[in-house]
Design a binder for this molecule. Structure first.
Ligand SMILES: Nc1nc2c(ncn2[C@@H]2O[C@H](COP(=O)(O)OP(=O)(O)O)[C@@H](O)[C@H]2O)c(=O)[nH]1
Ligand SMILES: C=C(OP(=O)(O)O)C(=O)O
Ligand SMILES: [Mn+2]
Length: 649
């Protein structure tokens, strides 16, 4: 007989009576699941919508037990113990409360080709590509197909497993900008990660009891259709993995993958895809942006938001240690910004997350010491390598482990520095760590009203042609710059090689609705303020003829921020070019920089390159966006084209 247990207050896995006949599960079963006395009530008091959401999915997924998460330490310890028993995680005794998960090697990144938005009509979700062209601005699915996909995969998918009910808040529980979600999952790894990445547990249930709405998030790691789980410590079903969103119902359904970007549904699925559709309805912006506070040597503090595609430097910029003396950076968030204009026309941003799910490789004492000071306690690492002294290792940490250390790679094989041909850590290996541990977390990072944004940065990996920094002439030009962003593919998704892809607003994989409408929404923000943030484009990744980065990046990026702040103060340090405003000669502060910087090459604007860029963007808009492209963007493109044609050869 199946046995339903639910969790109570802070008392751990308390059982609340047995339930007979799970298959016919209905409100009766909830009535038998007693407890939640900490809520001054029991499950019968839960809002009817939540009750029926749980019931519906118990009936569909047929779990053996149910566990309502309270977010307490006791609960977390029990989950960690369970995951150790199941082999999902191993402890990292070198650090305090740190753990390593090794995934099935087929489940290491987001799966963009298997990610769908479901609306009644296709045009709500994606612009119609030109005949014969494959759409590259998201995937649409019909409601009928979505229902079918769910039934095929979820029927009985939690048999023999525990169903966890995870109440979570995106944003501080008390902020008017926050939103609540309920994630139903059969993965304890997801529960433990959601506890780090979101505000999870009883305070959220309390808010729900007061009538708050919630986004429905259903997740299962699944079981392959032949019933064989190859890697019991990391069950998943890569062949049938699918990530579905139904904006109309504020609903997310994710099957087959445990990888964070696919399974921690508060993050990309809710905060960006569903979030962008809510933001459109309510008149705000849900963006793939870090938020940082920067104090200049004069003591003036401002906040900047920046959109870079996955694995293009958000976490690093958000935690930067500035090389320019007198500057101070503080971190509000490293991945997602929810922003809205307040009644005074000030753009206010919150970080809806509670932790950092950061790319491990490349993170080191020299590149990102702040991250290194954040991540060695209470952290769940995934797919990094481990060392014989109970620590972690990844590419970039070579100088931080002694040469005689034995290293085990992310797949669990012996690995030798300088000899092994494959990377020790998966290129998309991650740390999942509480934001509050960051030594430079901004004092206002949880302020319910959000922080005021003075500048918005767009950027990507552009090995050629694109200068270190340029400024938009005005809001519409800035929106155009966001719309024309391109970047080299990275290991964060399944794309192969380093091909330069169009990635407007760093949102290509995350748009919840038609990109043309998204652009109109951004353009319309102009009406909401007389005090719009200035918009800039940055590129830390330009390379010389030998393939070496022209710019040292990381802490040296403070020099670019310094120029940006001076522009916000209207300093006369910019000159116009065909693409926008770039630093006047000698106005980028390079004092004390160790490397030899080829400023000329960093800011060079080759006519041939920009002609091709304009053509590529024109082709992209024509083929991918067509009639959905706002007229204003066409106007901006024509202007750029005219400017570029007038460049000297
Ligand atoms: N060359 C260079 N690499 C960078 C810079 N900032 C970040 N990276 C590398 O880019 C990768 C992804 O960075 P991360 O900040 O995690 O990107 P995110 O996924 O956008 O948050 C890491 O390997 C970093 O070391 C930079 O300014 N210059
Ligand atoms: C979680 C992710 O985010 P990012 O690389 O933007 O940090 C991801 O892309 O899977
Ligand atoms: Mn990141």
């Amino acid at each position: 007989m199946p046995n339903l247990s639910a969790i109570k207050g802070s008392s751990g896995f308390t059982e609340f009576g047995k339930f007979k006949g799970l298959a016919s599960c209905n409100v009766e079963f909830l009535n038998q699941v007693r407890g939640l006395s900490a809520l001054n009530g029991d499950l019968r008091d839960l809002p009817p919508k939540l009750k029926s959401y749980v019931e519906e999915n118990v009936r569909l997924c047929q779990p053996e037990t149910i566990h309502i998460c309270d977010g307490t330490d006791v609960e977390n310890s029990k989950l960690l113990k369970l995951m150790q028993q199941q082999g999902t995680i191993v402890p990292l005794p070198k650090y305090e409360n740190c753990w390593l998960a090794r995934t099935n090697p087929a489940d290491t990144a987001r799966v963009e080709s298997k990610t769908f938005i479901c609306t009644d009509t296709k045009s709500e979700t994606i612009p119609s590509p030109k005949a014969g062209v494959k759409g590259a601005l998201g995937n649409w699915m019909s409601p009928h197909d979505m229902d079918k996909a769910i039934n095929e995969r979820f029927t009985g998918c939690m048999r023999g497993r525990t169903m966890y009910i995870v109440p979570f808040s995106m944003g501080p529980v008390t902020s008017p900008l926050s939103k609540i979600g309920i994630e139903i999952t059969d993965s304890p790894y997801v529960v433990a990660s959601m506890r780090i990445m979101t505000r999870m547990g009883l305070p959220v249930l309390e808010k729900l009891l007061k009538g708050a709405e919630f986004v429905k998030c259903l997740h299962s790691v699944g079981t392959p259709s032949n019933g064989i789980i190859e890697n019991p410590s990391w069950p998943c079903d890569p062949e049938r993995t699918i990530i579905l969103h139904r904006p109309k119902n504020n609903e997310i359904v994710s099957y087959g993958s445990g990888y964070g970007g696919n399974s921690l549904l508060g993050k990309k699925c809710f905060a960006l895809r569903i979030g962008s559709t809510i933001a459109r309805r309510e008149g705000w912006l849900a963006e793939h942006m870090l938020i940082l506070g920067i104090t200049s040597p004069s003591g003036k503090k401002r906040y900047i938001a920046a959109a870079f595609p996955s694995a293009c430097g958000k976490t690093n910029l958000a935690m930067m240690t500035p090389s320019l003396p007198g500057y101070k950076i503080e971190c509000v968030g490293d991945d997602i910004a929810w922003m809205r204009f307040d009644k005074n026309g000030v753009l206010r941003a919150i970080n809806p997350e509670n932790g950092f799910f950061g790319v491990a490789p490349g993170t080191s004492r020299s590149s990102n010491p702040i991250a290194m000071d954040t991540i060695f306690k209470n952290t769940l690492f995934t797919n990094v390598a481990s060392t014989s002294d109970g620590g972690v290792f990844w590419e970039g940490m070579e100088k931080e482990v002694s040469s005689n250390m034995e290293i085990t790679d992310w797949r669990g094989n012996n690995w030798k520095m300088g000899q092994s041909k494959t990377p020790a850590a998966h290129p998309n290996s991650r740390f999942c760590t509480p934001a509050k541990q960051c030594p430079i977390i901004d004092p206002a990072w949880e302020h319910p009203e959000g922080v005021p944004i003075s500048a918005i940065l767009f950027g990507g990996r552009r090995p050629a042609g694109v200068p270190l920094v340029y400024e938009a002439r005005n809001w519409n030009h800035g929106v155009f710059i966001g719309a024309t962003m391109r970047s080299e593919a990275t290991a964060a998704a399944e794309h192969k090689g380093k091909v330069v892809m169009h990635d407007p607003f760093a949102m290509r994989p995350f748009f919840g609705y038609n990109f043309g409408d998204y652009l109109s929404h951004w353009l319309s923000m102009k009406e909401r303020s007389d005090n719009l943030p200035k918009i800039f484009h940055v590129n830390w990744f330009r390379k010389d003829a030998n393939g070496k980065f022209l710019w040292p990046g990381f802490g040296e990026n403070s020099r670019v921020l310094d120029w940006i702040l001076r522009r916000l103060d209207n300093e006369d340090c910019a000159r116009d070019t065909p693409i926008g405003l770039i630093p006047k000669e000698n106005s980028l502060n390079l004092e004390g920089i160790e490397e030899n910087i080829d400023v000329k090459e960093l800011f060079d604007l080759p006519k041939q390159f920009w002609m091709e860029e304009v053509d590529s963007v024109a082709k992209y808009f024509d083929e991918q966006v067509g009639d959905d492209l706002p007229k204003e963007i066409t106007k901006q493109l024509n202007e750029l084209k005219k400017n570029v044609q007038s460049m000297k050869d």
